[in-house]
Design a protein around this ligand. Structure first.
Ligand SMILES: O=C(Nc1ccc2c(c1)CCNCC2)c1ccc(Br)cc1
Length: 337
């Protein structure tokens, strides 16, 4: 019985499954026009049930968030029964598995990764988003061994801006801030800083600062905010973890201060640069030229269509051509016009 025709197969050659989670399956695929590898996250609407709004939240967030350490969304396709999200290919898998495989990371390697994490989180905060589920399972390694933040299904974009209090309790308990599990109103940015503190601890220790099989006991440990300090941690890294894992969010370091903390800026002349390397309004000339030939449009018309950012095959073709160019490959569409 042939696979039922899926609109995705008009643009991508689907390959094997590379991951399957709660209500999603992720398949490796090749973009037909450029030959570029992508990851296609396939969700069944019926299986999603009450979680369907989370997918819409994730799609809207990922359309807005374009950053070198945020997993890129290229295209969204929807049928009566399925939602397909075409995403950046991250063959290094989850940071979680990388830490487990190495037991724990040397401080220098943890610093390189943590700079990328802080850069991604500082960027999404400036765009008005809080992630609210930061953990090593939601950080993937791309083919150049750089981190990409995924899973914006629990993110929040408070209507009143990042100073607006949130109240929904979400995320993974071991990484959740005390104020969040307490049920108090909280600021997404402050809760994300706590989760990054737990993340940094996990990177350099290989285990969690607050852990217990019993959720109630775990919550008590988080609210107490006491954790072991292994002797292999340097004084600077202990200081950073300490200011991030402050139980009182008002005593906790904020993201702006984090960007210039001595442990993070060690050996650098300036604070961590969190700005995106992509620019929304500048469209690459070579990509426009190649696409205008293939789609038989004038360059001006092609530019206008690209700038609609519909997250259709045009958006995907543009970003994937740009990827090719950035990797030093010819900025070419492989299929004749
Ligand atoms: O690209 C992804 N995963 C991936 C791709 C290739 C490989 C892996 C993961 C690891 C498993 N071995 C094969 C290599 C990927 C990208 C975005 C999201 Br969301 C989820 C997964």
């Amino acid at each position: 019985m042939p696979t039922p025709y899926r609109p995705i197969e008009e643009y991508y050659q689907l390959r094997h499954t590379i991951g399957s989670g709660g209500f999603a399956k992720v398949k490796l695929a090749h973009h037909i026009l450029t030959g570029e590898k992508v990851a296609v996250k396939i969700m069944d609407k019926a299986a999603l049930g009450p979680d369907l709004p989370r997918v819409q939240i994730e799609i809207e967030a990922m359309k807005t968030l374009t950053h070198q350490h945020v997993c890129k969304l290229y295209q969204v396709l929807e049928t009566d029964t399925k939602i397909f999200m075409v995403l950046e290919y991250c063959p290094g898998g989850e940071l979680f598995d990388y830490i487990v495989a190495k037991d724990r990371l040397p401080e220098e390697e943890a610093r390189v990764f943590f700079r990328q994490i802080v850069s991604a989180v500082a960027y999404i905060h400036t765009e008005g988003y809080a992630h609210r589920d930061l953990k090593p399972e939601n950080l993937l390694l791309d083919e150049t061994h750089n981190l990409k933040l995924i899973d914006f299904g629990l993110c929040a974009k408070p209507k009143g801006g990042m100073d607006h209090q949130l109240s929904t309790c979400c995320g993974s308990p071991a990484y959740a801030a005390p104020e969040l599990i307490q049920g108090d109103e909280y600021l997404g940015a402050e809760a994300d800083v706590w989760s990054m503190g737990v993340l940094l601890y996990a990177l350099m220790c290989g285990f969690l600062p607050f852990d217990d099989d019993n959720v109630g006991a775990l919550y008590r440990k988080i609210r107490k905010g006491q954790y072991e300090v292994p002797d292999w941690l340097s004084p600077q890294s202990v200081d950073l973890i300490n200011v991030m894992l402050q139980v009182n969010p008002k005593c906790r370091i904020n993201v702006k201060e984090l960007l210039c903390h001595p442990w993070l800026t060690e050996g650098l002349a300036e604070p961590i640069d969190f700005r995106t390397k992509y620019s929304n309004n500048h469209i690459d000339e070579d990509c426009i030229t190649e696409m205008s030939i293939h789609f038989k449009k004038s360059k001006n018309t092609m530019l206008d269509i690209i700038k609609d950012w519909k997250y259709d095959d045009i958006t995907a073709t543009y970003f994937l051509l740009l990827n090719k160019k950035r990797r030093g490959k010819p900025c070419r569409i492989l299929v004749p016009p």
